[in-house]
Design a protein around this ligand. Structure first.
Ligand code: PAF
Length: 281
C-alpha cells in the first residue's frame, strides 16, 4: 500500500494509473476503521482495479468542538486494517493540506434535504461534508465511491452534490453493517462505556419493533410510540425519531402508496450520539 499525504503526489500517481485505464474505487473515511468500513472496501476492491481510501477527520463537519476533540484517531491501527483488505493507496492529508485558505467560504444549497434530521440538529454539518467530499473527489477522481446507508441522509446529500456539480462518478450505497446484537457499526461505538454498550442494542430492537407496528399505526403514531420507548429508559436521551420518505427525507404523516419510507433515529447514550435507520416500506 502506498501512503500519500499531499494532494500533488496523490494526483500525480493517480493520473498515471488512469492513463493506463485502471478503474478507481474510493472509500472516504474519517479513520477509526471498523468492519463496516472494511465491508465497503472489500466491495470497492472487487469492483475496481485500484482501491483508494482517505483517512481525514474533517474539522469543518463537526458542529460540536468536543465531538471533534473526542473523535477516535489511530492511523497505525487503520493502516494494518487497510493492508488486510488490499488497499492500494491511502490518502491521509493534514487539515492544512485540505484547507490552505484561512476560511472555507464555499456554500452549497441542498434545499429541503438539509433542513431535517441531521441537517436540523447539526447546523453546518452537511456543508462541511459536501466541501470535503467535493475536494476528495477532485483529488482522487474515482470511477465509483462507496458510502454506508447508516448515514442515509449524508448519502442523499452526496448524490445531490454529484448531480449539482456534474461529477463523472457513480455513488454506490452499501447496506448497514451491524454487530451480532444489532448495533449499527460506527467509529463512535468505541466511546461507549461497558454499561452503555450493554444496552446499545436496544436502539435497533426498538426500530425493529416499530416496523412490526406499521399495519396498525400511522407514521406519526409510530414516532410517538418510539419516543415513549426511549423516554421511558433513563439510559437514553432521544434527539429525534422521524419516519420520512426515502427520496426527499421529508416527514410522513400517512403511509403513501409507491413511496419508500424509512425511520431515522438519533439518540444519546451518555455523551455518545448514535444514529440508525430502518426501512418500513
Ligand atoms: O462518513 C464519513 O465518515 C464522513 O462524513 C466522510 C464522508 C468521510 C466525509 O468526511
Amino acid at each position: 500500500m502506498k501512503t500519500f499525504d499531499t494532494i500533488h503526489n496523490t494526483k500525480e500517481f493517480l493520473a498515471e494509473a488512469k492513463k493506463s485505464g485502471r478503474k478507481i474505487g474510493f472509500v472516504p473515511t474519517m479513520g477509526a476503521l471498523h468492519e463496516g468500513h472494511l465491508t465497503l472496501m472489500r466491495r470497492a476492491k472487487k469492483e475496481n482495479d485500484l482501491l483508494v481510501v482517505s483517512v481525514f477527520v474533517n474539522p469543518i463537519q463537526f458542529n460540536n468542538p468536543e465531538d471533534l476533540k473526542k473523535y477516535p484517531r489511530d492511523l497505525e491501527k487503520d493502516k494494518k486494517l487497510l493492508e488486510s483488505v488490499g488497499c492500494d493507496i491511502l490518502f491521509a492529508p493534514t487539515a492544512e493540506e485540505m484547507y490552505p485558505e484561512e476560511e472555507v467560504t464555499e456554500h452549497f444549497d441542498f434545499g429541503k434535504l438539509e433542513t431535517v434530521m441531521e441537517g436540523a440538529f447539526r447546523p453546518g454539518h452537511f456543508n462541511g461534508v459536501a466541501v470535503v467530499v467535493k475536494r476528495l473527489f477532485n483529488i482522487i477522481t474515482p470511477d465509483k465511491a462507496y458510502f454506508g446507508e447508516k448515514d442515509f441522509q449524508q448519502l442523499a446529500i452526496i448524490k445531490r452534490l454529484v448531480e449539482m456539480e456534474k461529477m463523472p462518478l457513480e455513488i454506490i450505497p452499501c447496506s448497514i453493517v451491524r454487530e451480532p446484537d444489532g448495533l449499527a457499526m460506527s467509529s463512535r461505538n468505541e466511546r461507549l462505556k461497558p454499561k452503555e454498550r450493554a444496552v446499545a442494542s436496544l436502539v435497533y430492537q426498538i426500530l425493529q419493533e416499530a416496523v412490526q407496528l406499521k399495519d396498525k399505526k400511522s407514521p406519526v403514531e409510530i414516532a410517538r410510540w418510539v419516543a415513549d420507548r426511549f423516554n421511558n429508559n433513563p439510559s437514553f436521551t432521544l434527539e429525534y425519531f422521524q419516519v420520512a420518505d426515502e427520496t426527499f427525507l421529508q416527514p410522513l404523516e400517512q403511509w403513501k402508496r409507491n413511496t419508500g419510507a424509512l425511520g431515522f433515529v438519533a439518540v444519546f447514550l451518555g455523551d455518545v450520539r448514535l444514529i440508525d435507520n430502518i426501512r418500513f416500506y
